[in-house]
Write a protein that binds this ligand. Structure first.
Ligand SMILES: Nc1ncnc2c1ncn2[C@@H]1O[C@H](COP(=O)(O)OP(=O)(O)OP(=O)(O)O)[C@@H](O)[C@H]1O
Ligand SMILES: *[C@@H]1O[C@H](CO)[C@@H](O)[C@H](O)[C@H]1NC(C)=O
Ligand SMILES: *[C@@H]1O[C@H](CO)[C@@H](O)[C@H](O)[C@H]1NC(C)=O
Ligand SMILES: *[C@@H]1O[C@H](CO)[C@@H](O)[C@H](O)[C@H]1NC(C)=O
Ligand SMILES: *[C@@H]1O[C@H](CO)[C@@H](O)[C@H](O)[C@H]1NC(C)=O
Ligand SMILES: *[C@@H]1O[C@H](CO)[C@@H](O)[C@H](O)[C@H]1NC(C)=O
Ligand SMILES: *[C@@H]1O[C@H](CO)[C@@H](O)[C@H](O)[C@H]1NC(C)=O
Ligand SMILES: [Mg+2]
Length: 674
C-alpha cells in the first residue's frame, strides 16, 4: 500500500513537473511546454496565462494586442554570419469564438528581433506590424498566420486559412485550413474557428531552405504532406542577433479567444512531441460555453436541489406523520390532560415489546417514563375504528381523570391518533392481582392479611365510584386483573370508564355484552344494561376469586366448564366452606374473616339484582359494623337453578344471550343520575 501511494505520488509529481517546467536539453536547443504558468512566458498586452495553465492571447477588451514570448531570445545561427539553422516548432492551440458566423483576426506564430511591438496595429496586422512597415524587409519578421478573417486588403484567400509570411501581413503562401490524409492523399478541411484544439507544425530546413507548415486535428499523427511548403532562405530574414519567438494576437469586439495549450521547439532538431494527455483542459468559455455549462450543470443542480428539498419535505412530513395526532375542537377544554403522541412514543421507547406490560381486551399496555418529569406511566393503547361515542367517551374519561382515591389507579390523561386512543395511567409497580392469585407456586405470595386489605381497598374504591362522586360511575369490569397493586401492596381498581367507547349507540341486537365469564350478572346478559348491582355481582366473584385463589371458570377433567361459584356453593351446602379457601395459604388465615368473605361473595352473586347488598352495606359487613345475614335456602336454590342454566348455556350451541367474549371488557354507561 505505501509503495503504491509513493509511486502514484511520484507520478503525480512528475506529471506536474512535465506540465509546468519546460524540458530544456543542452541550453536553449529545445523546449517543451505542456501548459504554462505565469513565469513560463513573457507576456504583454492582453495576453495572459489562465489559472488552468492555458495561454490566452486575447481578452474581452477590444483593440488590444497580446504577445507571448519565450522568455529568452534564441540564436538561430550557430555563429554570426552563419546560416539560420533548421528548426522545428509544434503547437497545440484552439480558437474559441462566441458567434459562429462572425470571425475576427486570428493569431500568429512569429520569430522577431524585438519584443517591442508598441508601434504595431491592431487588429489587421496580427499585432506585429502596421500599415507603414508592412512588407518592409527591415522588419526581420517571420510569421505563420492562422487567419480567421478575410481581409481583402491583405489579399486573404478566405476567412479560414494558414499562411507563411515574411516581414508582411500579406502571405507568401496561404491555403485553406486543413490537412492531406496520409493514405488517400485527400485534402480534409479544418475550421480554425471550430472551438476545437488542433496541432500545428512549422519546420525549416537549412539545407533545402524549405518551410513546411502542417495542420492536423488533435489526436492525430503529423500528416506527412504539409499544408504549406515554401522555399525561402530565412538567413535573409532573421537577424544575426538573438531572436524572440512567440505568439501574437489581437482582441476584437467579437469575443474571440486564442488559446495555446502546448508548445515545443527544437533547434536543429525535431521539436519534442507534445503529450496531448498532459495538456490543460480547454475552458468552456464565452456565453455559448456558459450556456453549455449551464445546460449541463443547471438541470443537475436543479434536480439535486429538488431532490434534497423533496427529501427534506418528505422527512418532515414523515416525522409529522409519525407523531400525527387527532385533535378536535371540543377537546380544547381537556388540554391539560392531553399528552402528545411524541411524548408517549418516546416514553415507551416507541411502543416496543420490551416495554409491554400485558395485553387485555382493549389493547396492549406499555410501561413508560415521561421524558421531563420522570413519572412512571402505564399507557394503554387501544384501537378504535369509529368516531362514534368518542366525544362522550373522552369527555367521561377525562372527567374521570379528576377522580382521586387511594384505591383507584389514577388516570393521568389521554392522547388520540387516527384509529388509536391512548390512556395514560399511573404505573403500578407491583402489577395486577391475578398474577399473585393464579401463580404456579404452592406457597401463597399474598398472605391472608394482604388479601383482606386489598378486598377492603377495592370495596372502598367501588363505594366511591357508586356513591361518593358527583354521579354514579359503574365500573363494569371488576376482576382480579383490573386490580393493581401499588408500591405498598394496596389494591387499586383500574380500567374504569372504558365503557362508552364501544357501547354507545350500537344496535342492541349486535351489542357484544362482553366481560369475563363468572363476572357477568345474569340480568346484564339478558338486558345488556349495567348498573351498580352488576358491579356488586362482579365484586362478589372477585371476593371468591381472592379467597379461593381460583379462576372464576375452570375446565374440569371432562373438559366441561366449572364455575367457581357453583363449586363454593356445593361446599356451602355440605358445610365444608373452609375447604374452598386457597390451599396455598396453608391454613394460615383467620377462619371468621374467610367465612365472611366467602359468604359475602355468595351474597353479592345473588341472581336477583335487588337482593344483592349495596356497596355501602358491603363495606359495613367487611368492617364488622353490621352482621352478615345468613344465606337463605331460597337464594341457594336459585343459585343452583342458575348453575343449571349456565351449564345448559355453555353446553348448548343455541345461545339466547348475546355472545360472550371472555376477557373482553367492552361495555357500558359509566354514569347515570343518582
Ligand atoms: N397502571 C398499570 N400499572 C402497571 N401495570 C399495569 C397497569 N395497567 C395495566 N397493567 C398491566 O397490563 C396488563 C394488561 O392490562 P389490561 O387492562 O389491558 O388487560 P386486563 O386487565 O387483563 O383486561 P381488560 O382489558 O379487561 O382490562 C395487566 O394485566 C397488568 O399486568
Ligand atoms: C513555472 O514554470 C517555470 C518554468 O517555465 C518554473 O521555473 C517555475 O518554477 C514554475 N512556477 C510555478 C509556480 O510552478
Ligand atoms: C484585457 O487586458 C488588458 C490589458 O492587460 C487589461 O487591462 C484588461 O483588464 C483585460 N480585460 C479583461 C476583461 O480581462
Ligand atoms: C518601443 O518602441 C517605441 C518606438 O518604436 C519606443 O518609443 C519605446 O520606448 C519602446 N519601448 C521599449 C520598452 O523599449
Ligand atoms: C473545404 O472548404 C472549401 C472552401 O471553404 C469548400 O469549398 C469545400 O467544399 C470544403 N470541403 C469539405 C469536404 O468540407
Ligand atoms: C517538407 O515537406 C516535404 C514534402 O513532404 C518534405 O520532402 C520535406 O522533407 C519537408 N521538410 C521539412 C523541413 O520537414
Ligand atoms: C545539426 O545537427 C546535426 C546532427 O544532428 C549536426 O551534424 C549539424 O552540425 C548540426 N548543425 C548545426 C548548425 O549545428
Ligand atoms: Mg385491565
Amino acid at each position: 500500500m505505501p509503495a503504491m501511494k509513493y509511486t502514484s505520488f511520484l507520478q503525480h509529481f512528475l506529471f506536474l513537473l512535465g506540465l509546468i517546467v519546460p524540458t530544456l536539453a543542452s541550453g536553449d536547443d529545445q523546449f517543451l511546454f505542456s501548459g504554462f504558468n505565469k513565469s513560463s512566458l513573457t507576456l504583454d498586452g492582453c495576453a495572459a496565462v489562465t489559472d488552468t495553465g492555458l495561454l490566452d492571447l486575447s481578452n474581452d477588451t477590444s483593440g488590444l494586442k497580446g504577445h507571448a514570448f519565450y522568455p529568452t531570445p534564441l540564436h538561430f545561427r550557430k555563429s554570426p554570419g552563419g546560416k539560420v539553422q533548421s528548426f522545428s516548432v509544434n503547437v497545440v492551440f484552439s480558437t474559441f469564438i462566441t458567434y459562429q458566423d462572425l470571425s475576427a483576426e486570428g493569431m500568429a506564430f512569429f520569430i522577431a528581433p524585438t519584443k517591442n511591438f508598441s508601434d504595431a496595429r491592431a487588429p489587421k496586422y496580427f499585432g506585429l506590424l502596421n500599415e507603414k512597415n508592412n512588407g518592409d524587409t527591415s522588419n526581420h519578421i517571420f510569421m505563420i498566420e492562422l487567419d480567421t478573417y478575410n481581409n481583402a486588403e491583405l489579399q486573404d484567400i478566405n476567412d479560414n486559412h494558414l499562411g507563411i509570411n515574411i516581414n508582411s501581413a500579406i502571405s507568401l503562401q496561404s491555403r485553406t485550413s486543413g490537412f492531406y490524409e496520409d493514405e488517400s492523399g485527400a485534402f480534409e478541411n479544418m475550421t480554425l474557428n471550430g472551438n476545437k484544439a488542433m496541432q500545428l507544425w512549422v519546420e525549416y530546413d537549412e539545407n533545402d531552405m524549405q518551410i513546411n507548415v502542417t495542420l492536423a486535428p488533435i489526436n492525430m499523427r503529423k500528416p506527412s504532406r504539409p499544408l504549406l511548403s515554401a522555399t525561402f532562405d530565412l538567413s535573409t530574414v532573421l537577424f544575426d542577433s538573438a531572436q524572440y519567438i512567440g505568439f501574437s494576437s489581437v482582441s476584437t469586439p467579437i469575443n474571440t479567444r486564442q488559446y495555446v495549450m502546448g508548445w515545443s521547439f527544437g533547434m536543429n532538431r525535431t521539436a519534442p512531441s507534445i503529450d496531448i494527455s498532459k495538456l490543460p483542459k480547454l475552458p468552456l468559455v464565452g456565453r455559448r460555453a456558459h450556456s453549455k455549462l449551464l445546460a449541463f450543470v443547471l438541470p443537475i443542480a436543479t434536480a439535486a436541489l429538488i431532490l434534497s428539498m423533496g427529501t427534506l419535505v418528505a422527512l418532515v412530513v414523515l416525522r409529522r406523520m409519525k407523531y400525527a395526532e387527532v385533535r378536535e375542537d371540543w377537546e380544547g377544554e381537556f388540554g391539560p390532560h392531553r399528552f402528545s403522541y411524541k411524548d408517549l412514543f418516546h416514553a415507551t421507547g416507541g411502543f416496543k415489546n420490551k416495554h409491554l406490560l400485558g395485553e387485555g381486551g382493549f389493547g396492549k399496555v406499555y410501561k413508560g417514563v415521561l421524558p421531563l418529569s420522570n413519572v412512571e406511566i402505564a399507557v394503554k393503547r387501544m384501537s378504535h375504528e369509529s368516531r362514534q361515542g368518542m366525544k362522550e367517551f373522552v369527555t367521561e374519561v377525562v372527567s374521570l381523570g379528576r377522580l382521586r382515591h387511594r384505591n383507584l389507579v389514577q388516570l393521568l390523561g389521554y392522547c388520540r391518533r387516527k384509529g388509536e386512543l391512548f390512556l395514560v395511567y399511573k404505573y403500578m409497580p407491583n402489577g395486577s392481582l391475578d398474577k399473585y392469585l393464579h401463580c404456579e407456586e404452592h406457597k401463597a405470595i399474598l398472605n391472608w392479611v394482604e388479601r383482606l386489605r386489598v378486598i377492603k381497598g377495592i370495596a372502598t374504591s367501588l363505594l366511591y365510584l357508586h356513591e361518593k362522586w358527583e354521579k354514579i360511575i359503574i365500573h363494569r369490569d371488576i376482576k382480579a386483573s383490573n386490580v393493581l397493586l401499588d408500591s405498598e401492596m394496596n389494591g387499586r381498581l383500574g380500567d374504569f370508564g372504558l365503557a362508552r367507547l364501544y357501547d354507545h349507540g350500537t344496535d342492541p341486537q349486535t351489542t357484544h355484552i362482553v366481560g369475563t365469564k363468572g363476572y357477568l350478572a345474569p340480568e346484564l346478559l339478558r338486558t345488556g344494561k349495567a348498573s351498580p348491582h352488576t358491579d356488586v355481582f362482579a365484586f362478589g366473584m372477585f371476593l371468591l376469586e381472592v379467597a379461593c385463589g381460583q379462576k372464576p371458570v375452570k375446565k374440569n377433567a371432562e373438559g366441561n366448564e366449572v364455575f367457581l361459584v357453583d363449586w363454593v356453593l356445593e361446599h356451602w351446602n355440605s358445610g365444608l366452606l373452609t375447604e374452598t379457601v386457597d390451599t396455598r395459604l396453608q391454613g394460615d388465615y383467620n377462619i371468621e374473616e374467610a367465612y365472611l368473605v366467602l359468604n359475602l361473595g355468595l351474597l353479592c352473586q345473588h341472581p336477583f339484582p335487588g337482593s344483592r347488598p349495596r356497596m355501602r352495606e358491603v363495606m359495613q359487613f367487611l368492617d364488622g359494623d353490621m352482621p352478615l345475614p345468613e344465606l337463605r335456602q331460597t337464594q341457594v336454590s336459585l343459585m343452583n337453578m342458575e348453575a343449571l342454566v349456565k351449564s345448559y348455556v355453555s353446553d348448548a350451541s343455541v345461545v339466547s344471550y348475546p355472545q360472550i367474549t371472555t376477557g373482553f371488557g367492552t361495555v357500558s354507561g359509566l354514569s347515570g343520575g343518582r
